[in-house]
Design a protein. Structure first.
Lengths: 162, 105
């Protein structure tokens, strides 16, 4: 019961703040709404028994990506404030609504057969065991690390003066 | 009425379409980047929901592992994307996506 209430609060919060990101006049306000949206998504992970993901959602998205986006806003302050909509407004609205209708229609018409398990909390230990075990995801993990290094170097090279 | 898989999937679809609309329509490139982050979050919700509801036994966590890697790629994408935006702003004094048309024929 409490899970139901929590889900509805978090769902309304995330959709509302996502809409606010789109329709906010000031882009700085949009960034603040985006942080609330990330928090709501972290709460949704908790309702899905994914504690570890909720923690890294807060650390990575709210701690790092949001700060980076706010830095970006500060560094590119324009004389012309806000983020007006472009020319593609009506077609984009139609495409978004058609896609939403198709997705919701197919989700609701398919007969899902949920499994019974997974009621206990997922422990961080299980995730670590799966990544680092034999036949696990060690190679993917190392490639992810290498990709982060490449991204850091690329970002530095791009914003360097000379 | 208890919460099931469909609720999470519909929520994710709504968030994805909001992000898609914003990414296409917005002219400020920083806001476009924000909308892409919303879309990635929507996909992550789907992955976690499938991993919660559709796995046959409790030790299968591949969905959550996938989400971790999606987050890594999203962080890298945000860093490189903002570096590109700052670099373009320095050269052309604008972040308006409709004015950055150097490669337009």
């Amino acid at each position: 019961m409490s899970l139901t209430v929590a889900f509805w609060i978090l769902a309304v919060m995330s959709v509302g703040t996502a809409l606010a990101v789109i329709f906010a006049r000031d882009i700085f306000h949009a960034a603040l709404f985006l942080i609330v949206c990330f928090f709501a998504v972290a709460g949704i992970y908790v309702t899905l028994n994914a504690d570890f993901l909720a923690a890294i959602q807060v650390l990575v998205y709210i701690g790092a990506v949001s700060v980076l986006l706010i830095f970006g806003i500060m560094l590119t302050r324009e004389a012309k404030r806000g983020s007006p909509a472009g020319k593609l407004r009506i077609p984009a609205l139609i495409v978004a609504f058609v896609l939403l209708g198709v997705m919701i229609g197919s989700i609701l018409s398919f007969d899902w057969q949920p499994a019974a398990g997974m009621d206990e909390m997922v422990r961080t230990q299980d995730i670590a065991g799966l990544i680092f075990s034999e036949n696990g995801y060690v190679l993917t993990f190392e490639i992810a690390g290498l990709m982060l290094l490449a991204a850091i170097i690329g970002a530095i090279v791009l914003v360097r003066k000379e | 009425m208890s919460i099931g898989l469909e609720h999470y999937l519909v929520l994710s679809a709504i968030l994805f379409c909001i992000g898609l609309y914003g990414a296409v329509v917005k002219r400020n490139t920083v806001v476009v980047l924000m909308c892409i982050e919303i879309m990635l979050n929507a996909v992550n919700i789907t992955l976690v929901a499938f991993s919660r509801y559709l796995v046959p036994e409790s030790v299968v966590l591949e969905g959550q592992i996938f989400v971790i890697f999606v987050m890594v790629v999203a962080a890298a994408e945000a860093a490189v994307g903002l570096a590109l935006i700052v670099s373009v702003y320095r050269n052309r004094r604008t972040v308006d996506a409709s004015e950055i048309d150097l490669m337009k024929g």
